[in-house]
Ligand binder design. Structure first.
Ligand SMILES: [Zn+2]
Length: 107
């Protein structure tokens, strides 16, 4: 077993685990059951650890997490070139006029 990833947001850890599962890598979340059910207070202080079962998957797993999870960090906000409204970095089109975000058109 090998520790592959740590995050304080259970949703992030679970999505990392799901991504690994889709790639055929078995993993499990440590510390998950130390959080009392329904206790939202203090959850941010508990770091959840993701461990892989097979050490030989480590390089592949860390590459997958780097590309699939860590690259999803919040993006900078952007200004629409059509209407000059500011948009959240997660928006792929302008909320006001539906113009595509910069960089979205080339895909
Ligand atoms: Zn716009």
């Amino acid at each position: 077993m090998k520790h592959i990833y740590t995050h304080d947001n259970i949703m992030v850890v679970h999505s990392a685990r799901n991504v690994l599962a889709l790639n055929g890598i078995e993993s499990f979340v440590k510390n998950e059951h130390t959080i009392p059910v329904g206790a939202n207070h203090g959850i941010n202080n508990t770091f959840l650890e993701l461990w892989i079962l097979d050490d030989q998957d480590y390089e592949k797993a860390s590459a997958i997490i780097a590309s699939e999870i860590e690259n999803q960090a919040p993006k900078d906000s952007w200004v629409c070139s059509s209407c000059n409204e500011e948009n959240d970095g997660s928006f792929e089109v302008c909320w006001n006029c539906q113009s595509p975000a910069p960089g979205q058109t080339s895909q």
